[in-house]
Design a protein around this ligand. Structure first.
Ligand SMILES: Cc1cn([C@H]2C[C@H](O)[C@@H](COP(=O)(O)OP(=O)(O)OP(=O)(O)O)O2)c(=O)[nH]c1=O
Length: 191
């Protein structure tokens, strides 16, 4: 049995290491992440995590771990911004209000699938022009859902949150440990 992390995200690798797990292989999936017309954030996020899990090549006894993180403002999905201008638009939308961060985790062994959606709520302060420009210049918005990373400079914008901090960063470690245990991955074993 091999543990395969199906993710190009360095955060997911680090969060897995936080619970003492080093994958035998890292095989990032390549799937179409465009939302379907009218698709709501949570079903979208769950669908993408599952599609990622089935897109990773693995043997019948191997365990594949994939996740997707989606920022949702009401029914609206804020994905990874394609440009600084789009990141600016997202950050202005997020300023002064609450939004949801959903991370869906999918663990697959052969045809069996274990899944979990972890929903957190994050509140941003209203951003001044200086804060916005400083943040955009940092480039920390790149490759992150909603155009920010709570674990970096944007942590200073977060006045309140409820849920799973590790979930917001990309892999909710408590729920992931449960799913992996269900799939038979040995956890809490002395080296
Ligand atoms: C909201 C938020 C997201 N993110 C990141 C986590 C994810 O890496 C990224 C959302 O994109 P994802 O599509 O979930 O993941 P990814 O493209 O980085 O990697 P892969 O699909 O190969 O697993 O946003 C943070 O790092 N901090 C945050 O506060």
């Amino acid at each position: 049995m091999k543990l395969i992390l199906g993710s190009a995200s360095p955060r997911r690798k680090d969060l897995l290491a936080q619970i003492g797990l080093v994958p035998d292989a890292i095989l990032p999936p390549d799937i179409d992440e465009d939302p379907r017309r009218g698709e709501l954030p949570r079903p979208y996020c769950a669908r993408i995590a599952q599609e990622k899990a089935f897109a990773v090549p693995a043997g019948p006894e191997d365990v594949v771990l994939c996740a997707d993180t989606t920022v949702a403002l009401g029914r609206r999905i804020l994905g990874k911004p394609a440009s600084a201008a789009e990141a600016a638009k997202f950050l202005v939308l997020l300023g002064g209000r609450r939004h949801e961060v959903i991370t869906s985790v999918a663990v697959r062994k052969g045809e069996r699938l274990w899944t979990r959606d972890v929903v957190s709520v994050v509140k941003f302060k209203r951003l001044s022009d200086d804060e916005l420009n400083f943040y955009l210049a940092s480039n920390e918005w790149q490759g992150k859902a909603g155009g920010y990373g709570i674990q970096g400079l944007a942590g200073a914008f977060v006045t309140w949150m409820q849920g799973s901090f590790t979930g917001v960063v990309g892999l909710p470690v408590a729920e992931t440990a449960q799913l992996l245990a269900a799939a038979g991955v040995p956890l809490w074993r002395q080296a």
